[in-house]
Design a protein around this ligand. Structure first.
Ligand SMILES: [Ca+2]
Ligand SMILES: [Ca+2]
Length: 253
């Protein structure tokens, strides 16, 4: 780690900030093509048989087959969605880059193929040690007319986590799936979540973030993209004044 230090003279007017601030940075979806929107589907739908990892960008089809829906019914997001049972129960999976020990939130929308089969459709979602069935009641909801938001968290155990959705409908009429997202929600112990990344606690603050140093030190970051530490010449003094501050430019690793 290379650290360049220099001193700046800065006037700070009544900007005294103590303690932590919430992270307003929008969380980034780390799923590739979570809405199944790449070109090539249609018209209406394509049945995709295993093994296949090229038809739907980012996704590998397993078990028997899935139906890639593009017009046969209305998607939750964009134009395309998935019938988890093609001609029989299928699955879709994707390897996601993760941080061991970090917690992620999975969200997806679920509906069902009402052409036939069970009234209540079921799929199983799996990521790391988290796995569970999700159900959708099609009563009163023809295919594509209603979508329910589902979610579950998982804790990553390595640099890659496989996210899998598997049909529990042993026929051609499965649960429908669309708009899958995974976002980082909590960092491992000793790390803070800053702008969608895990940084060592009390190190490497990012410009624009307000990071507490301790209960008396004051911190404001706004001058550049480099990390900036501001240590008032007189710690703990609030109010209008001119403070000497120290800046450090961090270069990770
Ligand atoms: Ca979609
Ligand atoms: Ca089908």
């Amino acid at each position: 780690m290379k650290i360049n230090s220099k001193y700046l003279l800065a006037g700070i007017l009544s900007l005294v900030l103590i303690g932590g601030f919430g992270n307003a940075f929008a969380a980034t979806n780390i799923v590739n093509n979570g809405s199944f929107e790449n070109a090539g589907c249609g018209p209406l739908f394509d049945t995709v048989f295993t093994p296949d990892s090229t038809t739907i960008t980012g996704w590998t089809v397993g078990l028997a087959s899935i139906d890639w829906i593009c017009g046969y019914w209305t998607a939750q997001d964009g134009s395309n969605s998935i019938d988890m049972s093609g001609n029989a129960a299928g699955s879709v999976s994707q390897d996601i880059t993760t941080i061991a020990g970090a917690v992620y939130d999975v969200q997806f929308y679920m509906s069902g193929n009402t052409d036939s089969g069970n009234i209540i459709k079921q799929l199983t979602a799996t990521a790391a040690a988290s796995s569970g069935p999700f159900t959708y009641d099609t009563t009163g909801h023809p295919s594509g007319t209603n979508w329910e938001l589902k979610s579950f968290p998982f804790t990553a155990t390595g640099a890659t986590t496989t996210l899998t959705f598997t049909s529990d409908e042993p026929n051609a009429y499965g649960a429908a799936l669309d708009n899958v997202s995974v976002v980082l929600s909590r960092c491992p112990a000793g790390f803070d979540l800053v702008d969608d990344a895990c940084v060592p606690s009390n190190q490497n603050p990012v410009a624009g973030e307000l990071v507490p140093l301790n209960t008396t030190a004051l911190f404001i970051s706004s001058l550049s993209s480099s990390a900036i530490w501001m240590v008032p010449a007189i710690l703990g003094i609030a109010g209008v004044g001119i403070y000497f501050i120290q800046t450090r430019t961090h270069k990770d690793n």
